[in-house]
Design a protein around this ligand. Structure first.
Ligand code: ZN
Length: 353
């Protein structure tokens, strides 16, 4: 048994402190609204300066560039901070459609010494070209399985996880199809599954309802191994009953928005704060659920980086773990969530390596 990283197999015991849901390179510009007002048109092309940061706290999608991570040198420096804080491994969840750049990820892994697990499969329907969204279920499944088995393109880099799979605000035909594809790919590759469930109002039709339970029901119907499924983004606005239900069904619930406390001025949607997340995790641990919880930061906006006024990849280690301890959470529970759970999730059976 071992974990599949962008630089080959790693013994699961060497995974160490692991962030299960991050992005080094990502392109979310498909959610950009393309404003018609003359005074906002500049936001489609401008870079982000210090004096823009306050605008992005109240409307993270206002400036298009904020939706794209593509600066290799910046990302390398930022990821090195995670290593310096005691971090060992990162799961890079950019799948097809999300701006995945596997060769650059491998370079950054070599430069920083951080072990990186790359994602496979397909992101949101809106992020993908017609050539993919118009494909048959069978060819999508074959494409997903092929890159896991023989590498992405000609890179030889094999995804160690299927995801993040993009599930929009409404589970339509595409979502049902891509869940069937994901379940089949899991069966044939033995990889864990990571499912993006829309949790913030960046896409129209978002009602605030979270689809994680319905996703699990559909995956179960397809015979997926639910014990190796992660429902992402359960902490934009925390609903403990929803999280407990995910765990009760047998999946992992991921609280992956540490460092994100944005307000969406168009809809009035306010994300919960980090300390709400810490208290939720304490409650989940006290309920005996530590073995099914994952924590990460889902860095996917420039303003999530320290370079742009955010908290960066080392936020959980530098700021949240001390806050957890102050709230009485034990080192043992923190180790379970940050080391043991990712290790169990990412470990791939011998037959699939
Ligand atoms: Zn996501």
């Amino acid at each position: 048994m071992a974990v599949v990283t962008v630089n080959g197999l790693v013994d699961k015991e060497d995974l160490g402190v692991t962030l299960p849901h991050e992005h080094l390179f990502v392109d979310l510009s498909f959610v950009y609204a393309n404003p018609q007002e003359a005074e906002k048109k500049k936001y489609a092309t401008q870079d982000i300066s210090m004096s823009d940061l306050h605008l992005l706290k109240y409307n993270p999608g206002l400036i298009k560039s904020n939706l794209i991570l593509d600066e290799e040198a910046t990302i390398t420096t930022e990821l090195a901070r995670f290593k310096a804080a005691g971090g060992v491994s990162v799961v890079e969840q950019s799948s097809q459609g999300a701006g995945r750049r596997e060769k650059a990820i491998r370079d950054i892994s070599l430069k920083t010494g951080v072990q990186i697990i790359s994602g496979g499969g397909f992101y949101m329907k809106e992020s993908l070209p017609d050539s993919i969204t118009g494909s048959t279920e069978r060819s999508l499944a074959e494409a997903a399985i092929k890159e896991i088995q023989s590498g992405i393109g000609d890179t030889g880099i094999r995804p160690g996880i299927i995801g993040e799979i993009g599930i929009g605000p409404v589970i339509g035909e595409w979502e049902q199809k891509i869940l069937r594809v994901a379940a089949r790919a899991q069966k044939e590759t033995g990889r864990p599954l990571s499912i993006h469930v829309q949790a913030v109002p960046t896409l129209k039709d978002f009602s605030g309802e979270l689809n994680g339970i319905e996703v699990l029901r559909q995956l179960e119907n397809q015979g997926a191994d639910i014990s190796r499924v992660v429902i992402c983004h359960t902490d934009a606005k925390i609903n403990l009953e929803y999280i407990k239900k995910i765990v009760e069904i047998g999946a992992y619930a991921e609280l992956d928005h540490f460092g994100k406390e944005y307000y969406f001025s168009d809809t009035g949607f306010l994300m919960d704060r980090d300390m709400d997340r810490v208290l939720a995790i304490k409650e989940l641990i006290d309920s005996g659920l530590a073995g099914r919880i994952l924590m990460s930061q889902d860095v996917c906006l420039k303003t999530d980086l320290i370079t742009y006024g955010g908290f960066g990849y080392a936020h959980i280690l530098n700021n949240i773990v001390p806050a957890m301890k102050l709230k009485g959470i034990s080192q043992e529970a923190i180790h379970t969530i940050m080391v043991d759970n990712p290790k169990t999730l990412l470990d791939v059976e011998e037959a699939f390596l």
